[in-house]
Write a protein that binds this ligand. Structure first.
Ligand SMILES: [Zn+2]
Length: 321
């Protein structure tokens, strides 16, 4: 699949092929917008030797064929998996960048491109890497491009950011998000868009949580008659942080309705939110929200999850008259 529909305008603004192109680009946004696809598509179009009218790579030329495995003029550095021992991009990789850019392209006047995904992992313990990268950014050889992606621009050294053209990765509108899910055959998940900041890619990525979410929300809806046993076996196997997030959003909507008669996350459940909101004691509700927030802060640490959650849910039941 090519770019996502909501990325088309941003794509045009990149002006690929324009003589005045910059040599360093920083793509910024949430990864759930398809940020990496935008940056990757950009990198391939700088390598392809027979661009389509849309300025995207043709996928047929020799360079495109080469990119299917490894292209000698394109270096992609992917951040190691979050779960792995090392959270950072290996220093040797960054050290080699300058050498890579200095070597001439395999074709005459061809481009050399470096793509660093998740550049937020360059800093912190790895100031060295950043400095090595900085050197390449300061003295870029001709026809060389460095492309970075990040969801956290403030974690990058300002000296890196200032040398890059910043491209904000666009998010879909509500309509675009809904029609994307529809086209991909995930129409039934569209009520979950508000839970994932209106990012359909995140909704799809979390679809295995969807069944659990539905079960939990169905129980939350019972308010005072909530039965812990009905969901306990399910949520114990689930990601605790996700469970707490879900509860927090649910409570937030009950609170929001009480204050403003509006919803944010659970439009599809408005009748029940309204009922619960009417029955809720505002002081108890606020106290529960506080408890949820403090559990959330420690939810990724080894805590006794069942006791924490059971206590929250006892408190939950007591919120309603
Ligand atoms: Zn091509």
């Amino acid at each position: 699949m090519s770019l996502y529909p909501w990325q088309e305008k941003a794509w045009e603004s990149l002006n690929i092929g324009n003589a005045k192109m910059h040599h360093a680009y920083l793509f910024v946004g949430s990864y759930g917008t398809g940020l990496e696809k935008l940056a990757n598509t950009f990198a391939s179009s700088l390598i392809c030797s027979n661009l389509k009218d849309t300025k995207q790579a043709c996928r047929n030329c020799q360079d495109c064929q080469w990119m299917l495995t490894e292209h000698p003029d394109l270096k992609i550095i992917n951040n190691p998996q979050e779960e792995s021992d090392s959270e950072y991009i290996p220093i040797e990789e960054i050290r080699n960048l300058k050498d890579f850019l200095t070597l001439s392209s395999h074709k005459k006047n061809g481009n050399k491109v470096i793509l660093i995904n998740k550049a937020e992992n360059l800093t912190a313990a790895q100031e060295w890497s950043s400095n090595a990268l900085l050197k390449s950014l300061e003295e870029p050889p001709e026809n060389s491009y460095i492309i970075l992606t990040t969801d956290n621009i403030s974690s990058l050294l300002p000296t890196i950011v200032s040398r890059c053209v910043i491209v904000s990765a666009p998010s879909p509108t509500k309509e675009e998000a809904r029609s994307f899910l529809y086209e991909q055959g995930y129409e039934k998940l569209s009520s979950q868009l508000p839970l994932f900041s209106n990012l359909p890619l995140d909704v799809i990525a979390h679809q295995s949580d969807s069944e659990l979410f539905t079960i939990m929300i169905n129980e939350f809806e019972k308010g005072r008659d909530f039965e812990l046993m009905a969901i306990e076996p399910k949520w114990l196997t689930a990601d605790f942080t996700e469970t707490i997030n879900l509860l927090q959003k649910w409570l937030y909507d009950i609170f929001l309705f009480k204050m403003t008669t509006k919803f944010h996350f659970f439009e599809s459940k408005k009748e029940n939110i309204k009922k619960l909101s009417d029955a809720a004691d505002i002081t108890k509700l606020l106290n529960l929200l506080k408890s949820v927030n403090s559990i959330k802060l420690i939810s990724n640490r080894p805590i006794n999850k069942d006791i924490s959650f059971d206590n929250l849910m006892v408190e939950y039941r007591n919120v309603f008259k």
